[in-house]
Write a protein that binds this ligand. Structure first.
Ligand SMILES: CC(=O)SCCNC(=O)CCNC(=O)[C@H](O)C(C)(C)COP(=O)(O)OP(=O)(O)OC[C@H]1O[C@@H](n2cnc3c(N)ncnc32)[C@H](O)[C@@H]1OP(=O)(O)O
Length: 211
């Protein structure tokens, strides 16, 4: 059983953050501060006042309780992680199933009903979203997002910053490169090169993102 911290700070106050706030509430974890770059959030009153973020704060309080970057966009999470000179922690929903010999990096969040099977290694600042299934011997690099109901079969490797869309399926032994996007509901049966956007069943590359 992985232990959750007793006090955290969040960077991000949008929709993804609200899910994390709900998990933390269930765990009895106290959110001491929430930061955001978007002024429209500053008056919001979830649990705390939302404080100004890295683009505005003159002297950002890097030191303090560990952070979770509560931002769904993989590239934004990557940029915020570069900015924050802080410790990070990980959050696991109580209903998630984490089997033996699974390694999970700091900054990663695992949502309700997700299942992570043995010998899988998950990097830092990864999102394993609601009901996602990550099977045995997977490697997920930093800043990956596995969306709700997506299925990664055994021995899958997902490169840094890649987004697997809702309900997508990746068959066993597939390697997906870095900063790719796999469309919702797609079925991936071949390796995918870096920066590719892939949709459909079987998945086809429709374009490349700029590095
Ligand atoms: C809790 C949460 O919300 S977690 C977030 C989960 N989010 C997701 O799962 C979203 C995943 N994103 C997608 O599926 C998007 O459609 C993307 C990223 C794959 C493509 O988006 P865009 O780059 O804007 O492409 P666009 O919408 O212009 O579509 C391009 C073509 O691909 C097709 N296409 C787009 N997405 C898909 C898809 N998922 N499956 C099949 N075909 C698709 C479009 O029909 C279009 O085809 P056409 O050129 O023949 O008309």
């Amino acid at each position: 059983m992985m232990k959750n911290p007793s006090k955290v700070r969040l960077y991000g106050a949008g929709g993804h953050s609200r899910i994390i706030q709900s998990i933390l509430k269930q765990k009895g974890t106290v959110i001491t501060e929430i930061f955001d770059d978007n002024p429209s959030f500053y008056q919001s009153t979830y649990n705390n006042a939302v404080l100004e973020g890295r683009k505005i704060a003159k002297k950002f309080p890097h030191k303090g309780n560990p952070f979770i970057i509560a931002v769904g966009d993989n590239f934004h999470r990557f940029e915020i992680a570069k900015f924050l000179q802080s410790d990070f922690t990980k959050i696991i929903h109580p209903s998630a199933v984490i089997e033996e010999n699974v390694k999970i990096g700091n900054g990663t969040v695992v949502y309700a009903g997700a299942v992570i099977q043995p010998n899988t290694t998950i990097g830092q600042h990864v999102i394993i979203n609601t009901l996602a299934s990550v099977d045995h011997d997977n490697i997920l690099e930093d800043f990956v997002h596995i969306s709700p109901n997506a299925t990664l079969c055994g021995l899958v490797h997902i490169g840094k910053g890649t987004h697997i869309g809702a309900g997508a399926v990746v068959i066993p032994n597939i390697k997906i490169g870095k900063w790719c996007t796999i469309g919702a509901g797609s079925v991936i049966i071949k390796d995918v090169p870096d920066y590719a956007v892939v949709v459909g069943n079987p998945g086809k590359i429709i374009k490349y993102k700029s590095p």
